[in-house]
Design a protein around this ligand. Sequence first.
Ligand code: XBP
Ligand code: MG
Length: 252
Amino acid sequence: MVKAFIFDVDGTLADTERHGHRVAFNQAFEQFGLDWYWSEETYGELLAVTGGKERMRHYVETHQKPEQDREDLAALIKQLHQKKTENYVELLNKNAIPLRPGIDRLLNEARESGIRLAIATTTTPDNVTALLENALGRESLDWFDEIGAGDIVPNKKPAPDIYQHVLQNLGLNADECIAFEDSINGIRASKGARLRTIITYNGYTEHDDFTGAELVLDVIGDEGHPSRVMQQTWHQDYLTVDAIQRILPGNS
Ligand code: XBP
Ligand code: MG
């Protein structure tokens, strides 16, 4: 039987990138008097680099003038990122970003079935807290046995480090767990940790290569909001814990 579900956050639990992170980055750029601006399209390209600080550095290296002093740049990125995190949390507190269809139900089904919950994400811990508190209530933080987030590991996704860290802290083997991801960087990380992976893609990731995924859907889905299955054959209106236990029973 499957013993734990490990969820990515951005793009998987909620569509946070386009109207959340991107907006918070642009606010920070403006607050620092920079003329940088990330359009929805540019941001889609920048998502190839995970991690906000890493993404900004990549942007400067590829889109800005090369004379930027290296040390100054590291300090600027750190300050910008602190501001961006404040902006993002404020944005969620003012206007909660909803969870994707079926997530709330699946989390509750899992809890009722005794399946443990965990998070493995590159985003900053404060962002995870703000998302969960606003979408599910403060008590939902206790639903997760392990929240692996941000700079806690040296290498961010697509490296498997964050998943390996979470597995170790859960005390479980990869074949006892299922990862939920939305992107190519995410599945590279989860597969790198030998985790069976269910993909729910979104507007930014629908054309990513999900080779190796056990299941690829548009959404987990719900009553009145069925899932569309892109890879593998599976016939049910939406994904349930029972269906997961049936099709991906696990090795232990
Ligand atoms: C999410 C990310 C994050 C967010 C920004 O990737 O790449 O960097 O866009 O968060 P994944 P921070 O869903 O694969 O975990 O600015 O806090 O880094
Ligand atoms: Mg993601």
